[in-house]
Design a binder for this molecule. Structure first.
Ligand code: ACO
Length: 168
């Protein structure tokens, strides 16, 4: 019998009513999980990007956004910005390390591949870079982006998606 990583873990599409909770996950995730790679001022500038709840709701609603739930409560989310670019991936610190991020990214890869994308790109934080490398993403370039009054480094990584369609 195949063991399930976490029997209470599930995925569903984003709903506008999730926005307030996802905003909290975004902020808590940055505060607790990125402090080894970014200064408090950088973390605050980054977390402030979601202060405008309406803008966050519009951003997530315009993308292909998945919500991971643990026993029914949102524990993380991920979004696909265009056909081949992962925009956001955030897991609540209390749920980190239980396969939530992996489940979200596996699902986005399948959806993007099913829509014909040959590769997926992501601008990963230094805190998430190891997660993506472990899943087969290869670093292409370092970036420095301006967020509020701060400059934050990240890395663009690419993953080739397996061709799904058989020649007929
Ligand atoms: N470095 C190396 N390996 C990692 C890392 C890491 N930083 N994080 C997780 N892993 C490994 C785990 O050990 C696990 O390995 P296993 O399969 O052998 O057990 C595997 O990756 C899967 O880990 P999950 O438990 O699925 O990861 P989690 O649910 O904790 O989510 C995430 C990882 C999303 C990076 C989370 O730590 C997080 O939210 N971080 C802070 C926010 C952040 O930086 N988000 C990304 C911003 S960039 C962007 O949005 C595209």
């Amino acid at each position: 019998m195949m063991a399930m990583a976490h029997p209470k873990l599930a995925l569903r599409p984003f709903l506008p009513v999730d926005t307030a909770l996802l905003r909290e996950i975004f902020r808590d995730s940055i505060e607790a999980l990125t402090d080894e790679d970014y200064t408090p001022a950088q973390q605050e500038a980054w977390a402030s990007a979601a202060d405008d709840e309406d803008a966050l709701g519009k951003r997530l609603g315009s993308q292909l956004t998945l919500v991971a739930t643990l026993e029914g409560s949102p524990a993380g989310f991920a979004s696909l910005a265009s056909g081949d670019k992962i925009d956001m991936l955030y897991v609540h610190p209390a749920a980190a390390g239980q396969g939530v991020g992996a489940m979200l990214i596996d699902a986005l890869e399948k959806l993007a591949g099913g829509r014909g994308a040959a590769l997926l790109a992501v601008d990963a934080s230094d805190s998430a870079r190891g997660f993506f490398e472990k899943r087969g993403y290869v670093a292409q370039q370092r970036n420095t982006i301006s967020v509020g009054d701060e400059w934050l480094a990240n890395t663009t990584l690419h993953k080739q998606l397996a061709a799904k369609r058989e020649a007929s």
